[in-house]
Design a protein around this ligand. Structure first.
Ligand code: BTN
Length: 268
């Protein structure tokens, strides 16, 4: 007897990722509140490194800056736990690793070229196809990072756009590519790329390759942007990223401002 779609998906994913150096265990859910919350609820010790939580749909998906994340069936909703041995200064590079890995995996599978928007949105033609959420837990003995990836794969973007009131427009891979995306193939490709960048950072302690590649895939530099840091809005021109991944802007009064990770950026 043939298995259900879910068990076939799970079996294929487990088989594909059995060769992965990074993924040690997989939790698979047909439906869950949030893979990110589930990962956060697990006991945070070193054995959690490489745990992948993946769900077909999320009832209470979490986005950045307290937003909700619409996560219907057909999307790729996953969180991966990393318990890195590298310095705390490198922790935030995982957000760039996530966005780069997704953009490269999309390109590998569909040949679509995505662009990246700081800090970690993946865009196609200016519309958001994927968001990355990074939770860093500094309290446990070992620092843990939960890298959450929300990819609008086989979903209707109108459903997402009608469900949220946001400063961005969403798109989906199926709409941009014109064909169904195999969620197992794209998960495998994303994980392979995360693995590459993560172990590279671990081995070399250097983030140069990650930052250089990220910058090459972004159209932000030289453009005007407005950054909201939760209390104040800053407007000016985007100049560069510094070595820590902060955004460097020249504000309208010509002063230079470094914007750190959690702020929100919109472009004019
Ligand atoms: C963003 O706001 O751009 C980040 C969205 C991140 C969504 C993903 S979906 C998998 C994981 N679980 C969650 O609840 N959120 C992240």
């Amino acid at each position: 007897m043939e298995g259900s779609d879910e068990s076939v998906f799970e079996a294929r994913l487990t088989k594909m990722l059995s060769a992965s150096k990074l993924v040690k265990s997989i939790y698979y859910f047909e439906s869950i509140d949030s893979t990110q919350d589930y990962a956060n609820s697990l006991p945070h010790d070193k054995s959690l490194h490489g745990t992948l939580i993946i769900a077909k749909n999320q009832k209470m998906g979490k986005g950045r800056i307290g937003r909700s994340w619409i996560s219907p069936h057909g999307g790729l909703w996953m969180s991966i736990v990393l318990v890195p041995d590298f310095s705390i200064d490198n922790l935030l590079f995982t957000q760039f690793i996530g966005a780069l890995a997704v953009a490269e995996a999309i390109n590998e599978i569909t040949e679509i070229s995505c662009r990246l928007k700081w800090p970690n949105d993946v865009l196609i033609d200016g519309k958001k196809v994927c968001g990355i959420l990074v939770d860093v837990n500094l309290e446990s003995e070992k620092k843990t990072i939960i890298l959450g990836i929300g990819l609008n794969a086989n979903v209707e973007s109108s459903f997402i756009n009608n469900s949220i009131n946001c400063d961005f427009k969403a798109t989906s891979l199926i709409e941009e590519y014109g064909n169904d995306i195999d969620l197992v193939d794209i998960t495998d490709s994303i994980i392979n790329k995360i693995e590459y960048y993560y172990y590279n950072l671990l081995r070399t302690g250097k983030s140069t390759e990650i930052l250089d590649r990220w910058k090459q895939q972004s159209d932000m530099f030289g453009r005007r942007a407005v950054v909201y840091d939760g209390t104040q809005k800053f407007s000016g021109e985007v100049i560069d990223l510094d070595n820590n991944g902060s955004l460097i802007m020249r504000l309208d009064d010509s002063s230079i401002k470094k914007i750190i990770y959690f702020n929100n950026v919109s472009f004019s």
